[in-house]
Design a protein around this ligand. Structure first.
Ligand code: TPP
Ligand code: SF4
Ligand code: MG
Length: 311
């Protein structure tokens, strides 16, 4: 577990005064990631998205470390290229210090448009951490559905109305896709538990190889809830098991936050405007199917974790 006293001595490398919305989870992810790094030199790359757009408005920047804005598609490719150059320069004796490499991407930049470059970077075994700050839609361009948008959520391209009731299909399970890359470390985390997330970042960065963290990151605009509820909402996601906090280290599953009592998914859906239509009586079957899907996936995850415990 991360030590709060030690962390408090670490520099703040993502400053305030950025233009992210009040209550935006993405700023919390970036800030906690860099606090986790401490004062080790770090190279950050970022795909286009709210995090990049709102923290690098020319001529200002919120980043005190080096920051490379790549295209939407290639945050992972950019980061892996820099890491390869670093390795070569180190071998030649031109760099002596240890440097960490972190790529950020939103869910649009990770689940969809940057998936190929992410997959390649992980498979080539670069020593880098990729963090997907997952707010479950293309928020920066006005809340379009992505491969991470959950079933039933209203977005501008999967709207709730007479024809359909928000997105009709389940989200892609990107965490499992990354586990299938057989890389040393894959984790799910959530905004609302700094210790869980920072511990994961530090673990991922200590590994001699690629690592991936998918962090559920509430977006007060696209999810349509009160800005002050960001942390509480993300915690309910874990308590309902709609977004479990777990890690897979060298193939071994571990559930990091076990809910004391599994809460019904409606407790996560109800406070969010994007799911408002699901509470009409005629949409009860959609709510039931969401609960059923969550129950099934939770059972599977627990089985995987218990097999790992017995091994
Ligand atoms: C190739 C390409 N297509 C589309 C865009 C326009 N665009 C910029 S940000 C963005 C949405 C990003 O979504 P996501 O990665 O989920 O990050 P978020 O904005 O939600 O933080 C889009 C579509 C672009 N910059 N490049
Ligand atoms: S739209 Fe959402 S993701 Fe973008 S800055 Fe606002 S709260 Fe953050
Ligand atoms: Mg997004």
């Amino acid at each position: 577990m991360a030590n709060l006293k030690d962390l408090s001595k670490n520099p703040e490398r993502v400053t305030g005064g950025h233009r992210l919305c009040a209550g935006c989870g993405a700023g919390i992810v970036a800030r906690q990631t860099l606090i986790a790094v401490g004062d080790t030199p770090v190279v950050v790359t970022s795909a286009t998205g709210c995090l990049e757009v709102s923290t690098t408005i020319f001529p200002y920047t919120s980043w005190k470390n080096s920051f490379f804005h790549s295209a939407f598609e290639n945050s992972a490719a950019t980061c892996s290229g820099i890491e390869a150059a670093y390795k070569s320069l180190k071998k030649q004796g031109k760099i002596t210090e240890d440097i960490k490499f972190i790529a950020f991407g939103g869910d649009g930049g990770t689940y969809d448009i940057g998936l190929q470059s992410l997959s390649g970077a992980m498979e080539r075994w670069h020593k880098m951490l990729y963090i997907c700050y997952n707010n479950e839609a293309y928020m920066n361009t006005g809340i379009q559905r992505s491969g991470a948008t959950p079933k039933g959520a209203h977005t501008t391209t999967a709207p709730a109305g007479k024809v359909q009731q928000g997105k009709e299909r389940n989200k892609k399970d990107l965490t499992q896709i990354m586990i299938a890359h057989n890389i040393p470390y894959v984790a799910q985390a959530y905004v609302g538990n700094w210790n869980d997330f920072i511990t994961k970042v530090q673990k991922a960065l200590s590994i001699d190889g690629p690592s991936f963290i998918n962090i559920l990151t509430p977006c007060r605009l696209g999810w349509n809830y009160k800005p002050e509820d960001t942390m509480a909402l993300a915690r309910i996601a874990v308590e309902t098991c709609i977004w479990p906090s777990f890690e897979v280290e060298n193939g071994v599953y571990k559930i990091n936050v076990m809910p004391k009592e599994k809460r019904p998914v409606v407790e996560f859906l109800k406070p969010q405007g994007r799911f408002k239509h699901l509470f009409k009586p005629e949409n009860a079957s959609i709510l039931e199917s969401i609960q059923k899907d969550v129950d099934t996936k939770w059972e599977i995850l627990q089985r995987r974790a218990s097999v790992a415990c017995q091994a």
